[in-house]
Ligand binder design. Structure first.
Ligand SMILES: [Zn+2]
Length: 108
C-alpha cells in the first residue's frame, strides 16, 4: 500500500524525532565514555590552524563617492593550537592556551 503525501510527511516527522532522540542518546554515551576514562594522553602534537590570505574585492568599478572602498588584502594568519589523543578511549583534546615562563639570568 502506497502512502499518500500526508502519511509520508507524518512518517518523516516521526523518523526525524526518533533520529534526534537517537543522536542525543549517542552523544550521552560518548560523554560517558570520556567521563569514565582515566585518560592517558599520548604525545602533544601541533594542530595549528592556518588561515589563507585573501583579498576583499572592494567596491565595483564605477561606484563613486567619498566612501568608495578599494580592494583590501587580509594577511594569512596562523592560530597556535595543539592536540593530544587519549591512548585508552581515543578522545581528542585541543588547546590554544600556553604557559608563559620568564627565564631569569644574572645581569652584570
Ligand atoms: Zn580516555
Amino acid at each position: 500500500m502506497d502512502e499518500n503525501p500526508i502519511q509520508k510527511r507524518n512518517r518523516l516527522k516521526r523518523e526525524i524525532a526518533q533520529g534526534a532522540e537517537n543522536l542525543k542518546s549517542k552523544k550521552r554515551e560518548l560523554e560517558r565514555l570520556s567521563a569514565n576514562c582515566r585518560h592517558e594522553w599520548g604525545p602533544t602534537e601541533t594542530a595549528f590552524i592556518h588561515h589563507k590570505g585573501y583579498t576583499i574585492p572592494g567596491d565595483a568599478l564605477g561606484t563613486m563617492g567619498v566612501d568608495h572602498r578599494g580592494p583590501f588584502y587580509v594577511s594569512p594568519k596562523t592560530d597556535k593550537r595543539w592536540k593530544r589523543v587519549c591512548t585508552k578511549c581515543g578522545e581528542i583534546d585541543y588547546t590554544t592556551s600556553v604557559n608563559k615562563t620568564t627565564v631569569e639570568t644574572p645581569k652584570w
